[in-house]
Design a binder for this molecule. Structure first.
Ligand code: PGA
Length: 263
């Protein structure tokens, strides 16, 4: 795992967007995995800016999101389809038909979940999956106890996740308690995983996920198994990392990061 610590959340968001843009520029028919949540809003704003400035082209990019609430229509302002259209898809030259999220209104949930995994496989797999981390340690909606081998499925959300996300709903209790999520195994199949973690409220779970033992109690810890994971944090989220100084030394000195060192 490569761990990069940026001074501020703005620096971390910009670096994340730049790495995604560089990856797309290197392979225009890019298969991009995406995530939602407060953490990603400025990443999408920066990617939108880069696209509008002609620095990255989404015209051949295909995307798959991690998750979607079961029971929410795409037009619902808390659906992840709505979030993605608002924060990224409407602002860049991606073909909306090439953007994929599970259908929250599908009648047959198992068939919808299987269809989602198949659509990724048929496309040849995800080149890079952008993920965050929840306070429960989840990637996607893979709350504690989810198998590292899980595929896309509908998950019942635990209390930590419910409390974290219900603040966005009006009334809060209208938040669906179940959601489609790509499985931990689905994410591990991506060729590369790019995780962004910002803010003091994520410091304890970031340290547990990155430096603690791998456990299904923290699905993000499964990324320790992935051969090409880059984790970008700001100083606040990195506060509890034991190897903090070492990660900084590597980033500042290893020639493989030369391109990004003085960004
Ligand atoms: P957040 O959510 O970016 O809103 O903190 C991340 C997550 O729950 O995975």
């Amino acid at each position: 795992m490569d761990v990069i610590i940026c001074k501020t959340s703005a620096d971390a968001e910009k670096l994340t967007a730049r790495m995604i843009a560089d990856a797309i520029n290197a392979k225009p028919e890019f298969k991009l995995g995406l995530a939602t949540g407060a953490t990603m809003e400025n990443v999408y704003a920066e990617l939108s800016r880069l696209n509008q400035a002609g620095e990255v082209d989404f015209s051949q990019v295909r995307s798959w999101n991690l998750d979607e609430y079961a029971g929410l229509a795409p037009e619902h302002d808390q659906s992840y389809r709505y979030y993605m259209n608002k924060h990224l898809f409407n602002n860049v030259n991606i073909d909306i038909r090439n953007t994929h999220l599970p259908d929250g209104l599908a009648e047959d949930e198992e068939a919808e979940a299987a269809r989602y995994d198949e659509s990724i496989d048929e496309a040849g797999g995800i080149d890079l999956w952008l993920v965050g981390i929840g306070k429960s340690g989840h990637v996607g909606f893979n709350d504690p106890g989810t198998s590292f081998a899980s595929r896309t499925h509908v998950a019942y959300l635990n209390n930590t996740t419910y409390e974290q996300n219900k603040i966005y709903f009006n009334p809060p209790e209208s938040m669906p308690r179940r959601a489609y999520t790509a499985g931990v195994g689905t994410v591990l199949d991506a060729k590369k995983v790019l995780q962004l973690i910002t803010g003091e409220r994520k410091a304890a779970i970031a340290a547990a996920a990155i430096e603690g033992p791998m456990t299904a109690m923290i699905s993000s810890s499964a990324l320790q198994l992935h051969p090409d994971t880059v984790i970008i944090l700001d100083e606040a989220a990195a506060a509890d990392l034991k190897l903090k100084d070492f990660y900084k030394e590597v980033f500042e000195n290893d020639p493989k990061w030369a391109k990004y060192q003085n960004a």
